[in-house]
Design a binder for this molecule. Structure first.
Ligand code: FES
Length: 240
């Protein structure tokens, strides 16, 4: 009987890993994401969590593994726990963000450098690229900024989710994600051709074309939410 119990215990142990949150050890089930494991350990996220699906960039995490010199970075909602992880959740990254009026700016490299002169301090260590959870070529994009290629930067950083891990690890203190956001805004505002159909639809909205229809939906939400749900499910959609 004792043998069976011991075997059972050993089996159970195999299904758990040890993690350290704020230096305190917890045993959590194998296969959980860092985010779920931290919650399993009894913590509640107030900051540092958002979509829980790898899109919002709110859950930047730094960790070390026992006996490993390397400092790792990850998104807590996308990375599964490993035995011996020492975890630090970042509620946010305190990088400076420039204030500007995008309408008054020119879409050039000089504009970007005027707001973020740190870019010129890049030492080409490529750490930013290595830590990016989106696998973006971050350093290359910074080089495109230096060359003034706004369009290329905008395209190459389109998938940036603003987690800020690049800025945390940069020895030149570049806030890459803010630099890229400014660049994409410059591109969107001044280079990308305007979408005519969006302009027309905006005009129609402002003229009140959809007011009655919208009011109907608001009322339906109060009186018959099931019908509203059905309408949503069966509404015609653009083909992907
Ligand atoms: S919570 Fe949004 S990316 Fe992790």
């Amino acid at each position: 009987m004792r043998e069976i119990e011991k075997e059972k215990e050993a089996e159970e142990k195999k299904k758990m890993v040890r993690i350290y949150v704020m230096g305190k050890e917890y045993k959590v089930p194998v296969g959980l994401t860092i985010m779920k494991a931290v919650e399993y350990a009894g913590y509640r996220y107030i900051r540092g969590a958002g979509c829980r699906a790898g899109f919002c960039g709110a859950c930047a995490t730094i960790y070390r593994k026992k006996g490993d010199y390397k400092l790792y970075t990850a998104l807590a909602c996308q990375t599964t726990v490993e035995d011996g992880m020492y975890l630090v959740q970042l509620p946010f990254v305190p990088a400076n963000k420039a204030i500007y009026d995008i309408n008054k700016l020119k879409p050039t490299g000089s504009t970007i450098l005027a707001y973020y002169p740190e870019v010129a301090r890049c030492v080409s260590c490529n750490t930013c690229t290595k830590v990016c959870p989106q696998d973006l070529s971050v350093m290359e994009a910074i080089n495109h900024v230096l060359r003034g290629d706004v369009e290329k930067v905008a395209h190459e950083t389109f998938d940036c989710i603003q987690c800020g891990l690049c800025a945390v690890r940069c020895p030149a203190e570049i806030p890459h994600y803010h630099v890229f956001q400014l660049t994409r805004r410059l591109y969107g505002k001044h280079i990308l051709p305007k979408a005519k159909h969006v302009e027309e639809r905006l005009k129609e909205i402002k003229q009140g074309k959809f007011d009655a229809e919208l009011e109907k939906l608001v009322q339906l939400a109060k009186t018959n939410p099931q019908e509203l749900e059905r309408m949503y499910e069966t509404a015609p959609r653009e083909k992907e």
